[in-house]
Design a protein around this ligand. Structure first.
Ligand code: KIV
Ligand code: ZN
Length: 509
């Protein structure tokens, strides 16, 4: 079988997105299958080269997701992670069976600390495992990536032997993860440079964690040394402190093309809408001062900066907000805008919306115009995303609520819910308005999970701004995220709670 040539001219950096695998490993960042497919479609239209859609052997849900993402994407390569175990590789191959451009990504630890304490294997034994499992993966798939887990705490002599074993067995991409976020840029650059010099025809990949806040810097140092694939996630979500943020590494390569001399295939105007969607879907909001996608990333506050900006934007702006998909116009549409205007906006953002979802979205837009004078780009973007592929199967729907304060810490709520198509009213007490509503919903649905987190943000500015609520519930060690928006903060929170409950019920049936 031919080894896949990753079609990698020397200045083209492959963007490998692992939001759906390493990203989803952030505690609480779980997404439903429909949400994952929606994220994959956004990554596909953004121009990501490889999507790691899951870890097939870890759960039936992941295997189903890999197959479904493979069906949904139009051009991106789809990958499953697999430990260096035959059963894992078989599970990955099965999930990828009908995927047009599949990749199996298999990994094993190489550092002395992992070999001694976790794997209890000798270096020679691990070399045999690499040979056997990479060959096994190649028997299913031409495109095999191999990762040396904890590579940055592995001595270069043994790491080279391990890379050599993987390359000889047929891996065409070799990933050098900084699994525990321990590396320093100069050191990581030297490590990648040494490997590139030793294996000039191999495509080296960087996969950096952010434990010391160096994931983006290390990834870029790796590219400077000759790595030609970056593994990253939207908004940098991921295990512990997260992974290298896609938006940061891509914009650094673009903005400092003079320094790196490299390019990616990313349509950077898709970055902001995708970041917004991942944030509200996972409930992991980005901090205001986050590079590229934070609310303040392009805001100039000081008088000196504002003065410079008015004279010439280049004085203090190294990237244009429009380059990452942030449009300047604030008020975009109002109650007199028709279907054509909304369709136009959706096309401008290159968002896929089938006709049925579009009609529901248009109805919701009109309803929002009745409650809110100025509908902003942010409002519109979140509204469209709400209707994109994500219509969850709904067992419970909140129709209305009524609350009363009986005294300090003593509230009553009556909620009207539609449960499996039947309308029911339920009352409950709580020590606050929201507590009483949540208690009533739990009572009516006989579902009483623990509240893991609750956050509410304003989507845009002004007192009539929509509130965006995200609730993560925890039951049997699983997390369920619900999100909703409304000009009424309590309604948004109550609907987010009902959204999480729907996910719990969907799991149970
Ligand atoms: O951080 C890591 O080492 C990983 C591997 C599975 C590639 O995520
Ligand atoms: Zn990782």
């Amino acid at each position: 079988m031919e080894t896949v040539n990753n079609g990698n001219p020397s200045n083209r950096v492959i963007i490998f997105d692992t939001t759906l695998r390493d990203g989803e490993q952030s505690p609480g960042a779980t997404m439903s299958l429909k949400e994952k497919i929606a994220v994959a479609s956004l990554l596909d239209s953004m121009g990501v080269d490889v999507i790691e859609a899951g870890f097939a052997a870890s759960s039936l849900g992941d295997a189903e997701c890999i197959a479904a993402v493979g069906k949904a994407v139009k051009r991106t390569r789809v990958c499953s992670l697999a430990r260096a175990i035959k059963a894992d590789i078989e599970a990955a191959a099965k999930a990828l069976e009908k995927v047009e451009r599949p990749r199996i990504h298999t990994f094993v630890s190489t550092s002395p600390i992992h070999l001694e304490h976790q794997m209890r294997k000798s270096e020679a034994q691990v070399l045999d495992i690499i040979d056997e499992t990479v060959r096994f993966a190649r028997s299913f798939c031409d495109d095999v990536e191999w990762s040396a887990m904890d590579a940055t705490r592995t001595g270069i002599a043994y790491l080279s032997k391990a890379v050599d074993a993987a390359v000889r067995a047929g891996a065409s991409t070799i990933n050098i993860p900084d699994t525990v976020g321990y590396a320093i840029p100069e050191e990581y650059q030297a490590l990648i440079a040494a490997l590139v010099a030793q294996f000039p025809s191999v495509c080296f990949s960087v996969h950096c964690h952010d434990d010391l806040g160096l994931a983006a810097a290390n990834s870029l140092a790796g590219v400077k040394a000759g790595a030609r694939q970056i593994e990253c996630t939207i908004n940098g979500i991921g295990e512990r402190a997260g992974n290298a943020p896609l938006e940061e590494v891509v914009m650094a390569l673009k903005t400092r093309a003079d320094f790196f001399g490299c390019e990616t295939g990313i349509d950077t105007r898709r970055i902001y809408p995708t970041s917004r969607f991942v944030a509200s879907t996972t409930g992991f909001f980005v901090q205001k001062n986050k590079a590229i996608v934070g609310a303040n990333a392009f805001a100039h506050e000081s008088g000196i900066h504002q003065d410079g900006m008015l004279k010439n934007r280049d004085t203090y702006e190294i990237m244009k907000p429009s380059a990452v998909g942030i449009t300047q116009s604030q008020i975009v549409m109002g109650k007199h805008s028709g279907r054509a205007a909304l369709k136009n906006k959706i096309a401008e953002w290159q968002i896929d919306l089938d006709e049925e979802s579009f009609l529901r979205c248009f109805e919701a837009f009109k309803a929002l115009c009745d409650r809110k004078k100025n509908v902003t780009e942010e409002d519109l973007l979140t509204l469209i995303h709400d209707h994109q592929h994500t219509a969850m199967q709904s067992f419970v729907r909140l129709i209305s609520y009524n609350t009363k304060q009986n005294g300090p810490g003593n509230h009553t709520a009556d909620v009207v819910l539609e449960i499996n198509g039947k309308e029911e009213i339920t009352a409950a007490f709580g020590d606050g308005t929201l507590d009483a509503i949540f208690q009533a919903v739990s009572k009516a649905t006989q579902c009483a999970p623990a509240l893991h987190s609750y956050e509410v943000h304003s989507v845009s500015q002004g007192t009539d701004a929509q509130a965006e609520a995200v609730i993560i519930l925890k039951e049997n060690d699983c997390f369920y995220t619900g999100h909703a928006r409304d000009t009424d903060t309590v309604m948004a929170s109550a609907r987010a709670y009902v959204g999480s409950i729907n996910k719990i019920i969907a799991r149970a049936v």
